[in-house]
Design a binder for this molecule. Structure first.
Ligand code: ZN
Length: 372
């Protein structure tokens, strides 16, 4: 069936949005010029970190609803009061499979597969989230973009796949270690853009029925040489916090029993380096750091950080020859797409039901371009 739509969703983890320029990312730029892109970028939820972001991207739900609330892990907290480490919400990839379509995932972050239960899929690389021996790994232990490239190209060239999700992780690793504007990060971004160009080439024979979406999970900011924030330290906050877990420039905090939440918010948000907060449920708060600041944790990135409102921006580019591309392009040029808006849009394209989605179908009103 030559006219059934095909969706290729590419995600570049931690892509520094400032690098989306013709001189650095010529392939992404060309794709966006011909299709569409959001000049100020898309939006992620908070914390602006990897697992909550991808959970929203692939389920169409806010991070509160997926249960994936942080990328950090610590038994008791995650999984526990600060969220789950494996969501039970089916992703668009699961639902495509259930609808009889052929779907596949290729992920640089193999742990991401476990969080979204992608490791149970038939067509996933690395299979069952186990990185094959001999795979080249980056400084944080994830397959490099070069190692993922071949698997991504092979899947992109497979015209029998209705939905392909490819995630490249290395831009996040290098951004953390070197900083968002460092030469090493720019080199990594250029190399990732070159791979995107190769993927686009691999799709070429199938261009007319393909929608290519390129996104990221969050932005990356420079870490400033300032002390990390510990919301349990200091006279004003003594006794307020029962447990907490840092996620870069954000931190989930569980208030101690009997503490007046208004007093706690006043005191915690007045802490040096804290810029804001979000109220999630009784006794649970999300604290957000000021630009350049991070919360204390056993492993704080050296140079690049994310998690707060300042890094809640994503790449948002669409291309391809399918007639829906121009509609999506127009939608994202007019309004920043949220991560949870992509899954309902893809669902519309592929004719899949996504009953729980909170995101907006960007093709609403132009259903003629959808399969459903
Ligand atoms: Zn990261």
């Amino acid at each position: 069936m030559a006219d059934t739509p095909r969706v290729v969703l590419i995600a570049l983890d931690g892509f520094p949005l400032r690098s989306f320029r013709p001189a650095i990312t010529p392939n992404l730029w060309r794709l966006g010029q011909a299709g569409g892109y959001c000049p100020e970028g898309g939006r992620s939820g908070l914390p602006s970190t990897t697992y909550p972001g991808f959970a929203s991207l692939l389920t169409g739900l806010s991070s509160g609803a997926t249960g994936v609330r942080t990328t950090a892990r610590r038994p008791g907290a995650v999984p526990g009061w600060a969220g789950t480490d494996r969501t039970t919400t089916p992703t668009i990839v699961h639902l495509a499979g259930a609808a009889g379509l052929r779907a596949a995932v290729v992920t640089g972050d193999h742990e991401l597969q476990k969080v979204l239960a992608l490791d149970e899929l038939e067509r996933a690389w690395p299979p069952r989230a186990i990185v094959p021996a001999g795979t080249e790994l980056d400084a944080h232990g994830y397959p490099t973009n070069a190692a993922v490239r071949g698997h991504a190209l092979e899947a992109a060239a497979d015209a029998s796949l209705d939905l392909l999700f490819v995630q490249f992780n290395e831009t996040d690793t290098v951004g953390h270690d070197s900083g968002p504007s460092a030469p090493a990060t720019e080199a990594c971004v250029r190399a990732a853009d070159a791979i995107v160009g190769e993927i686009v080439q691999a799709i070429e024979p199938d261009w007319d029925r393909t929608v290519v979406i390129v996104t990221s999970d969050h932005d990356m900011a420079r870490r400033l040489p300032l002390p990390s924030i510990d919301p349990t330290q200091g006279f004003d906050v003594a006794g307020l916090v029962d447990d907490w877990i840092a996620d870069g420039c954000a931190a989930w905090v569980r208030l101690a029993r009997g503490v007046d939440p208004h007093l706690a918010i006043n005191r915690l948000s007045a802490l040096e380096g804290v810029e804001g907060w979000r109220w999630r449920e009784p006794a649970t708060l999300l604290l957000l750091a000021a630009p350049g600041r991070v919360f204390a944790s056993p492993s704080i990135p050296l140079a690049g950080i994310h998690g707060s409102a300042g890094t809640a921006r994503t790449l948002a580019v669409v291309g391809g020859g399918h007639p829906a591309v121009s509609n999506i392009g127009r939608a994202i040029e007019e309004r920043s797409p949220r991560l949870q808006d992509w899954a309902p849009t893809i669902a519309c394209l592929l004719g899949i039901d996504l009953p729980l989605a909170e995101g907006l179908n960007m093709l609403e009103g132009c259903e003629a371009t959808c399969s459903g």
